[in-house]
Ligand binder design. Structure first.
Ligand code: C2O
Ligand code: CU
Ligand code: CU
Length: 506
């Protein structure tokens, strides 16, 4: 542990050293790493992404999505070049229903190749929008698939190897709302933009011209790209006027690398009702939830007391034991910017709030995860090679291998259930994501998962020295040629190689 710790410290001190030597103009390496700019941003109403239901043609719900360049105004009078889908930054929320056939007409006009991946979806690998479904600049890609999801919030984003980090950072992401009959019966708040509010959390760094900083320096790749400004649906310092006594918030950690622990400034509790891929069996009362990049949650907060509720984030070390304290831990935390916290949403209960229905005790039913159904266990060991990093290289691997587009790492049989055991042999936490499936967490170092993790998941945090076992079933689709991905969802780690490919075969 000591050697890894000093390697990481050395690396970060390298950044500070550059600053000290005057290579960087900033007096503070922290500003170099996270952005120094503090433009004025007056509080604004929260932007709610437009929700679109596409157009039904011959029984196929069809969406038109255009990846484009744009100019965004995050700060008063400051123009920031960005990327978006059907707009300047981020994309519309796609509304669809379980069981429907959907078709996406995705046109790329960003001036470089890209892809669009349907994160969390169970679909044929050729429709997945991963690194093999490249859309050339000017081209249109039109995958078609059946919505085989439970009701939840999913998302779509660029997956262009090795440019996923910068493309998502500039704005290539959007949300998907899937409904189903089981959930529609529950009478949960579901008036989009009124009492059912999506929140996309993204930290960003800006230079003195107001342009986004995307650094490919060693520390930025290692820590993942972070910033000192939080965008919420592309809004800086948003507020929301509530017209109902209960609000359902669907929250995506859309950051490239930063972990966010959310909660309310007044410490009020709320009900967690969902995880990445669906609702929990029953609401779970809590006051804090940590979301790693790509993880989603759904919460319901009560505004009956009429007091303003400030949703914010709290410092979240993702260096595991290193952030645990002591002088070294504290220093690491500050150097990585893990001590920063952000206001997310200033919720102002309106004077005339409509009464909302109560929350049901039971939400949906989920199978009890049964490991005896598994045909076997596959191990995945996540590693960051610090020695390489110090030399200017750096190696981000799974089972000792960096991503290779021409190598298939694993093959599973369609119709089977497996246990995947993810082990973290590095000193940072990694959010491990698997395409095609919604899985269940069996245990962490042998202990059962927390109640907030007992639902359907497609991304799971694996802390340093942790061993997390997942139960996954590979159903319906097989393809001898098109692989799915598994990877760390810290996008800089993914781009640097912490990704592998698996086939589902007949
Ligand atoms: Cu959110 Cu492989 O992706
Ligand atoms: Cu995905
Ligand atoms: Cu990682």
């Amino acid at each position: 542990m000591i050697s890894r710790r000093s390697a990481l410290t050395g690396l970060l001190m390298g950044g500070a050293g550059l600053a000290a030597a005057g290579v960087l103009s900033s007096r503070d390496a922290r500003h170099w790493l996270f952005g120094a700019t503090a433009f004025a941003a007056s509080p604004k109403p929260l932007a709610i992404p437009e929700i679109i239901a596409g157009e039904v043609r011959d029984g196929v719900r069809t969406y038109a999505l255009g990846l484009q360049k744009g100019i965004s105004q995050f700060f008063n009078g400051v123009e920031t070049p960005t990327l978006g889908i059907n707009g300047a930054y981020l994309g519309p929320t796609l509304k669809m229903r379980a069981g429907e056939l959907v078709r996406m007409n995705v046109t790329n006009r960003i001036g470089e190749p890209s892809t669009l991946h349907w994160h969390g979806f169970h679909l044929p690998a050729s429709a997945d929008g991963g690194p093999h479904q490249v859309i050339a600049d000017g081209a249109t890609w039109s995958p078609q698939f059946t919505v085989k999801q439970r009701a939840s919030m999913f998302w779509y984003h660029s997956h262009m190897v090795p440019r996923t980090g910068p493309q998502v950072y500039q704005g290539l992401a959007g949300l998907i709302y899937v409904d189903d009959d089981e959930t529609a019966r529950l009478d949960l708040p579901s008036d989009y933009g009124v009492d059912d509010i999506p929140l996309v959390l993204q930290d960003r760094a800006f230079d003195s011209n107001g342009s986004l900083i995307y650094s490919t320096s060693m520390p930025s790749v290692m820590m993942g790209m972070r910033g000192n400004v939080l965008l919420v649906n592309g809004t800086v310092r948003p507020y929301f006027e509530a017209r109902t006594s209960k609000l359902r918030l669907r929250i995506l950690n859309g950051s490239n690398a930063r972990f966010h622990t959310i909660g309310f400034a007044d410490r009020r509790t709320f009900q967690q009702i969902g995880t990445d891929g669906g609702l929990l069996e029953r609401p779970f009362e809590t006051s804090r939830i940590t979301l790693a990049p790509a993880e989603r949650t759904q919460i319901v907060v009560d505004l009956d007391d009429g007091r303003p509720a400030l949703l914010r984030t709290f410092a979240t070390p993702n260096t595991g034991m290193m952030g645990g304290g002591g002088m070294m831990g504290g220093m690491m935390e500050r150097m990585m910017g893990d001590d920063l916290s952000f206001d997310v949403l200033d919720i102002r209960p309106g004077a005339q709030r409509g009464k909302s229905a109560g929350l049901p005790d039971r939400l949906v039913s989920l199978d009890r995860p049964d490991p005896s159904r598994a045909v076997g266990t596959r191990r995945f060991v996540l590693q960051m090679g610090m020695g390489g990093m110090m030399m200017g290289g750096g190696s981000f691997t799974i089972n000792g291998k960096a991503m290779d587009m021409n190598r298939i790492d694993e093959a599973v049989r369609v119709g089977t259930t497996e246990i995947w055991q993810i082990e973290n042999a590095s000193m940072m936490s990694h959010p491990f994501h698997i395409h095609d499936v919604q899985f269940r967490v069996l245990d962490r170092n042998g202990a059962p998962p927390a109640p907030g993790e007992m639902g359907l998941k497609d991304t799971v945090v694996v802390a340093p020295s942790e061993r997390v076992r997942l139960l996954l079933s590979f159903a319906d689709y097989s393809d001898p040629d098109s692989p799915y991905m598994y990877h760390c969802h810290i996008l800089e780690h993914e781009d640097a190689g912490m990704m592998g490919q698996f086939l589902v075969t007949a």
